[in-house]
Design a protein. Structure first.
Length: 443
């Protein structure tokens, strides 16, 4: 429960920090409404739309309403997918407004002791430290490899947990051991004639839980003609911090990453996770009030490129034979890859170049799957509602392979497949892993 004093402080901070010009840019035209999953799934509730949330932010700034639990609730229910931005005729940067509002609320309200401990553990004790991420992943690996996981699943112990968490436990990838996670390269040469020198953003979860996808990405880049530099001092992108009202932590991670990549003399900085890439290209906004780091952030941002974009640029799909066993394939867009980075044609170009892969466009492929970082855990009911719609469209495509370009989307689609009882003949796979299958399949 937010106290009266906390509400007053939050209201004052809204007035001081919220971009009123950006709030006023919203013309209330409603173009954003059909693109917003929470607006649609809530039964067209205005307060659960981008337009409605902006109106609430403006009302708090103007002192018309208090920043009470209802305001906080409607902001928390937003996925942050930013599908409203590409369709907005005024170009409102809704994502920036949402992150600022969440940061103000989270920094000026008193959380309960368990919540404070959890937030401190996650945002300060875990994600900024890659060694600790490896340790956590290694514990999961021991659970998987020791036979404990099989015992837990066989005895039905997971029934003690919420249904979606129990299902998620079944679809987690088989994670690598500590030796593999520590034995990471700092440079990989092209295996064909060199065409570009790139740096690879390895991420935190991607270089632990999804290590094999990172390895697959780097192999593809090598075959496309890239020398690859992998900075050892890079850090988590900070997206989880930025989306959860921990902007100071996000800024520190941003500075660490900018410093790690800026003197490498590379053509591009390559990412393979839509959520990470979108946050990296927003570093200039994140650091806009820091004169020294803003200029450095702009230079950093200019080099960010998704793996699919550089593969198409280097004509990877035309120069190498890509082949898989016959299967019908569809693609689920990563919201942030599409809506923030503007990358959506390239993955489709690559998939359509694979022999044996009959590509079928999924209806509403650009609509959020409901993952949104940890949204599917903290907002399970809405997330599953959104996922049910997504799985309906996936099944209509009759695809046996659903390709994604973000780890959260990948786990969410695996969760959907498991919930629908389709796991024996439908799979979800990251684009990099699928392309490596196609490359190695013809060999």
């Amino acid at each position: 429960m937010t106290t009266t004093k906390e509400k007053q402080v939050i209201q004052s901070e809204f007035k001081k920090r919220m971009d009123e010009d950006e709030l006023l840019n919203c013309m209330r035209c409603g173009f954003c409404l059909p693109s917003c999953p929470t607006y649609v799934e809530s039964g067209f509730k205005e307060s659960h739309s981008p337009r409605g949330r902006i109106a609430l932010m403006k009302a708090v700034v103007d002192g018309v309403i208090e920043p009470d639990e209802d305001v906080e609730r409607t902001l928390d229910l937003c996925l942050g997918c930013r599908a409203c931005e590409p369709v907005c005729p005024s170009g409102v940067k809704y994502g920036h407004l949402l992150e600022e509002a969440r940061d103000i609320i989270n920094q000026h309200k008193k959380h309960s002791l368990p919540v404070r401990v959890l937030r401190k553990t996650v945002f300060e004790g875990l994600f900024p430290h890659q060694n600790r991420m490896r340790m956590m992943t290694n514990m999961l690996g021991i659970y998987q490899r020791s036979g404990v996981q099989k015992i837990v699943q066989t005895t039905g112990l997971m029934r003690l947990f919420p249904e979606n968490l129990a299902t998620m436990e079944r679809v987690l990838p088989q994670v690598p051991n500590m030796k593999k996670m520590k034995d990471r390269p700092s440079f990989l040469p092209s295996v064909v004639e060199k065409r570009k020198k790139v740096a690879f953003f390895s991420g935190c979860l991607m270089d632990t839980m999804f290590l094999e996808t990172n390895n697959a990405t780097m192999k593809l880049l090598q075959h496309a003609g890239c020398d690859i530099v992998i900075p050892e001092k890079q850090a988590c992108c900070g997206a989880l911090h930025g989306h959860s009202g921990e902007k100071d932590g996000a800024k520190e991670l941003a500075k660490r990453n900018i410093a790690s990549f800026e003197d490498l003399g590379v053509d591009y900085i390559i990412t393979n996770a839509g959520g990470c890439g979108a946050f990296l290209v927003d570093y200039d906004h994140l650091l806009k009030d820091d004169e020294e780091w803003y200029a450095r952030a702009l230079a950093f941002k200019a080099k960010i490129k998704d793996m699919s974009a550089i593969l198409v640029e280097l004509e990877f799909h035309n120069k190498l034979k890509l082949q898989v066993i016959p299967q019908k394939v569809t693609y689920q867009d990563s919201c942030h890859l599409r809506n923030v980075q503007g990358t959506f044609l390239q993955p489709r170009i690559l998939l359509q170049a694979v022999q044996g892969a009959a590509f079928q466009e999924m209806k509403d492929a650009d609509r959020c799957c409901g993952s949104a970082g940890i949204y599917n855990i903290v907002e399970s009911e809405m997330s599953m509602q959104i996922l049910d719609y997504k799985m309906e469209k996936a099944m209509e495509s009759q695809a046996t392979t659903i390709v994604t370009a973000n780890p959260g989307c990948l786990l969410q689609m695996k969760l959907g497949i498991e919930r629908e009882g389709l796991s024996t003949f439908v799979r979800a796979v990251h684009l990099a892993d699928f392309l490596l299958e196609a490359l190695e399949g013809q060999e």
